[in-house]
Write a new protein. Sequence first.
Length: 220
Amino acid sequence: MKKKVYAVRKGRETGIFYSWKECETHVKGYSGAQYRSFPSKKEAQQYLSSTLIQNKKYQVSPPSQNIKEQPTKLYSSGVSQESIVEVYIDGSYNMKRKIAGYGLVMIVQNQVYLKDFSAYPYLDVTATHNVGAELMGARRAVELALANGWKHMILYYDYTGIENFATKAWRAKNPQTKEYQDFMQKYMRNIKIQFVKVKAHSGNEYNDLADRLAKYATNL
C-alpha cells in the first residue's frame, strides 16, 4: 500500500510530513490544528497553497439578491461595499470517521475572493460534532478578514450559536464554546461583525458552496 503524505497547515510546525507519527507530534493536543492526508506530495502541496490568502479573484454568478448593478453599493452603516467582506461558513461531521470540518467562502464585490476548508479529527473539536466545526469556521473567517485588512465583515451562518456565543447571548458551558466566545470577544474589538442567519440548504449559491467545502473536508 502506498504511504500517505500529511500536510499540516496549522500546528506546532507546518509543512509536509511523510508519516502519521511525525505529523501527530505537530498536531495532537494543538488547539485548532489544521491538517489532512493525501496520496501524493503534489496534492499535499496544493492543499497548503490553495488555502493561503489569495489576491486573485474568481468571477462567479452572484446570488439573485445581489443582481442589481451599482458602481458602489452602500450599506446602512454608510461604508462602501469595497471595504466590506462577506463570508459564508458551514460545518460538517463525518460520524464514521469521527472528523469535524468547516467550509468557508469569502466574497468581495460579488466575487469569490477566497475558498477555505479544513478538518479536525481530535476530541477538542469532534466532541461537539457539527457545532465545533461551525465555530472553527467562524474563527477562521475572523482570522482571514483581519489578515487581509478588513474592518467590517458580514458573516452568514446557519447555526444560531455562531452569533449567540460570540455576543454572550448564550452562556458558554464547555471548553469549545468558551474558547470560541473568548476569541470572538477579543477580536470583535478589531473588526465589526454583522451576523446574518441563513436557512441551511435553501439554495443560496455561496452557502451551498461552503456546505460542499465542509463535506469535502470531512470526506462526505
